[in-house]
Design a binder for this molecule. Structure first.
Ligand SMILES: Cc1cc2nc3c(=O)[nH]c(=O)nc-3n(C[C@H](O)[C@H](O)[C@H](O)COP(=O)(O)OP(=O)(O)OC[C@H]3O[C@@H](n4cnc5c(N)ncnc54)[C@H](O)[C@@H]3O)c2cc1C
Length: 279
């Protein structure tokens, strides 16, 4: 290994240090759990890596009166150990992440959000919960609603040199969550995800993994959320068909297939919310 092909690692102890490294080299790779970054290093032997794991509070969960603050490096395993009611949806997502204990103990919520893979679970949950993403960069901090954070496939609205430093999840007073996803095989990433927020007969559905970024449907008023009537099923299907989205296609499933299964997954999420199952 020569100097020109050696990977250089920075493990900054402060946010200012981390931002300085990013300012000096905007092409450097930010590593949280590194489950995505590590394989990339095989192709970029001369990469500069900023490992954010030593930053204060980067992997902690803090409870406030109206929100729960997550450090972006909170892992799925940490979520599964938390009992915060506001994190119930994220916990279900964490429990369903495939890849076994390695990914659950190493993969992070912020890493998944920043990777912005359409075929993933975390982005949909963050949009469904109305989370706020906190970014820090050369010109200070800014807050980005999760619904604006995911720009397109594998692209967020973080600016070059910006770091995701926090995620705020609002505390809800009422309503129930339901969640469902469809996999092509036991170990696959999802090809359709739905999160339902149900209050009485009113449901707000957030759908993901079927297009470049998660999308939320206008609130629907259903006849029987616990056992959808034919009219309810038609309403869910019509709302999804009317959504102004381009269906996502990758090696896991075609756009047409995703379009066909999205209403089924959405309907199941509503029923789970009504029956308080699966969460
Ligand atoms: C075998 C396997 C199975 C999987 N199964 C699923 C599944 O079922 N569902 C699912 O949704 N996902 C699944 N995943 C994906 C997994 O959730 C992600 O790989 C993981 O969450 C990414 O987190 P990380 O901390 O390792 O990211 P990293 O590799 O550290 O980073 C990912 C990307 O985000 C950037 N980044 C990370 N943190 C920040 C930050 N704070 N600020 C700015 N940029 C940042 C990095 O530079 C990189 O581009 C699977 C992955 C594997 C390998």
């Amino acid at each position: 290994v020569t100097a020109a092909t050696a990977t250089r690692f920075h493990v900054p102890a402060t946010l200012d240090e981390a931002l300085a490294v990013l300012r000096n080299d905007p092409t450097c790779l930010v590593a949280s759990g590194a489950t995505v970054v590590l394989p990339l290093l095989a192709e970029r032997l001369d990469a500069v890596v900023v490992d954010i794991s030593a930053l204060p509070g980067i992997a902690s969960i803090t409870v406030a009166a109206d929100h729960v603050a997550l450090g972006p490096a909170v892992t799925y395993a940490t979520l599964l150990r938390s009992s915060e009611p506001a994190l119930a949806l994220l916990r279900t997502v964490a429990g369903g992440i495939t890849g076994g204990p390695q990914i659950r103990t190493q993969g992070t919520v912020g890493g998944s959000a920043c990777y912005a893979n359409p075929a993933s679970d975390v982005p949909t949950a963050l949009v469904a919960m109305g989370a706020t993403m906190v970014a820090a960069g050369a010109s200070g901090r800014r807050e980005i609603p999760a619904s604006d954070f995911f720009r397109s496939a594998f692209t967020t609205t973080l600016l070059p040199g910006e770091l995701l430093i926090g995620i705020r999840v609002p505390v809800r007073q009422h309503g129930a969550w339901g969640h469902d996803k469809l996999l092509t095989a036991a170990g696959s990433w999802p090809i359709a995800v739905a999160a339902a927020s149900l209050s009485g007969n009113e449901v707000t559905l957030t759908i993901g993994a079927v297009c470049e970024r998660p999308f939320q449907l206008p609130r629907l008023s259903l006849e029987n959320p616990g056992h959808l009537s034919p009219a309810d099923e038609t309403a869910v299907r019509a709302a999804i068909e009317e959504a102004p989205i381009a269906w996502w296609q990758d090696e896991l499933a075609s756009a047409e297939y995703r379009q066909r299964v999205a209403p089924v997954v959405a309907a199941r999420a509503v029923q789970y919310a009504a029956r308080k199952e699966n969460l």
